[in-house]
Write a protein that binds this ligand. Structure first.
Ligand code: UD1
Ligand code: MG
Length: 453
């Protein structure tokens, strides 16, 4: 059986007060529309169709080939939005799942249950509902005596009695496709708003004597729809809780999950401890037995096993095993630290590889460099890699001792076993096992010491 999803994303999202289309606002690092696409994957067999309108260009660009898009212009309501997909989908699918794209917490399992309900329904549609004390402006679900649904009544037209109904329309539907296309053309124009409401097809079915079934959800949190940035923050908190919960079940320790910020897709191995105020972003992958944080930001980076990253920042960087980093270290794109590297406070590494056992304790900048195993980088060492126009490479061999405050003027090579004296400005290659010193301080004159008063 062919099942296709239509995601509605043409609305303006006025209450977000944003230049960014509503469905592109991120939750746990991924746009809301990504969450919607993820959720419908499990229960559909065909490529989804996204109805775009406001901000269509940005949304279409983001979607790439993950979905087909149809333009709804002007936006005349949710029924009118679904209608736009008819030319694309007529006779191409058996069931249609319609979802709004601003419910990032809706789970795939919930939509699967909805599709199952419809597969067992002799009538033309099934829908998701939830019971809640606070209706938050949702449409009310009116039932027939036999338990099937007879209508959805929007809040602003509901009678006092209907307003008391606690069962709400979540905004997820599964339709028999052939029935839907014809029903959409029968939706009456809503006189107050001049729109065509998808929800009106429920009453059409019911009046034709066809059964509309409901899948009642038990997790209210899943139904949070984002209309304002307040709702967006609610979703962010709920999603964070969900993500952290899963990591903890997988064997990750969190000292304070509420202040641990992990985006979707980040991988963490067992027995790693995540301390408060850790931000783990993008495609970050962390192995086992590490201690991350407190106060660290790690984006698109790989960390092996048994490393310590204290109050540091990593972006596009790699740590092998047993690396000890921080506090206040910064790894930029292309930084790669081998096994047992020690990188202390106020160091910065970019586009460089530090081989196993390198020590770089304090205040250094290493850029465009290769550093051999067990080399010591003294405090304040700088690779002078930029001449104002181009970047140049520095190569340092194994077992080298770079004295404190050495300036290595690139391009330059330092041979294995060499040493540089403190404060050297090294402008020429240094051969293996050679000591260089530069500009040693020399006496200039005898000073007169002033008598203390
Ligand atoms: C809708 C439902 C309501 C339900 C609630 C749940 C209708 C008429 N009402 O109300 O019963 O309880 O969702 O959140 O459907 N959209 C378009 N084109 C349009 C209008 C809307 O694509 O012309 C899209 C929006 O981008 C949004 C979705 O449809 O993703 C829902 O629209 P919205 O205006 O938020 O509907 P609600 O008033 O919330
Ligand atoms: Mg809404």
């Amino acid at each position: 059986m062919r099942v296709t999803a239509i995601l509605l994303a043409a609305g303006q999202g006025t209450r977000m007060k944003s230049s960014l289309p509503k469905v592109l606002h991120p939750v746990a690092g991924k746009p809301m529309i990504w969450h919607a696409l993820e959720a419908i994957k499990q229960s559909t067999t065909e490529k989804p169709v996204v109805v775009v309108g406001h901000g269509a260009e940005g949304v279409t660009k983001y979607l790439g080939d993950s979905a087909q898009t149809v333009l709804q212009e002007p936006q005349l309501g949710t029924g009118h939005a679904v209608m736009q997909a008819e030319p694309l989908l007529r006779d191409k699918t058996d069931l249609i799942v319609v979802c709004y794209s601003d419910m990032p917490l809706l789970r795939g399992e919930t939509l699967q249950a909805l599709v199952e309900t419809q597969k067992n329904n002799k009538g033309p549609l099934s829908m998701l509902t939830v019971y809640a004390e606070h209706p938050r402006g949702f449409g009310r679900v009116i039932r027939n005596a036999d338990g099937t649904v007879s209508a959805i009544v929007e809040e602003y037209v509901a009678t006092a009695e209907q307003l008391q109904v606690k069962e709400l329309n979540v905004g997820g539907y599964c339709f028999d496709a052939n029935w839907l296309w014809d029903a959409l053309h029968r939706i009456p124009k809503n006189h107050k708003k001049g729109e065509y409401y998808l929800t009106d097809v429920v009453e059409l079915a019911s009046k034709d004597g066809l059964a509309v079934q409901a899948t009642v959800m038990d997790d209210l949190e899943e139904t949070i729809g984002v209309n304002t940035r307040v709702h967006l923050a609610e979703c962010e908190v709920a999603m964070r809780r969900r993500i952290n919960h899963q990591h903890m079940l997988n064997g990750v320790t969190m000292i304070d999950p509420a202040s641990t910020y992990i985006e979707i897709g980040v991988k963490i191995g067992a027995d790693t401890v995540i301390m408060p105020n850790a931000y783990l972003y993008g495609g970050t992958e962390i192995g086992e037995g590490n201690v991350i944080g407190p106060n660290s930001i790690i984006r698109d980076s790989k960390i092996g096993n048994r490393c310590k990253v204290l109050a540091s920042v990593m972006e596009g960087a790699v740590l092998e095993d047993d690396v000890d980093m921080g506090p206040f270290a910064r790894l930029r794109k292309g930084a790669h630290l081998g096994n047992h590297v020690h990188m202390g406070n106020f160091g910065e590494v970019k586009d460089s590889r530090l081989a196993d056992g390198v020590k770089m304790g304090h205040f250094s900048y290493i850029g465009n460099a290769q550093i051999g195993a067990n080399t010591n980088i003294g405090a304040g060492t700088i690779t002078c890699n930029y001449d104002g126009e181009k970047k140049h490479a520095t190569e340092i061999g194994e077992d080298v001792f770079i004295g404190s405050d050495t300036m290595l003027v690139a391009p330059i090579k330092i041979g294995d076993g060499a040493r540089t004296g403190a404060g050297s400005v090294v402008t020429k290659n240094v051969a293996e096992d050679t000591l260089v010193v530069g500009m040693p301080a020399r006496a200039i004159k005898k000073l007169e010491r002033k008598a203390k008063k």
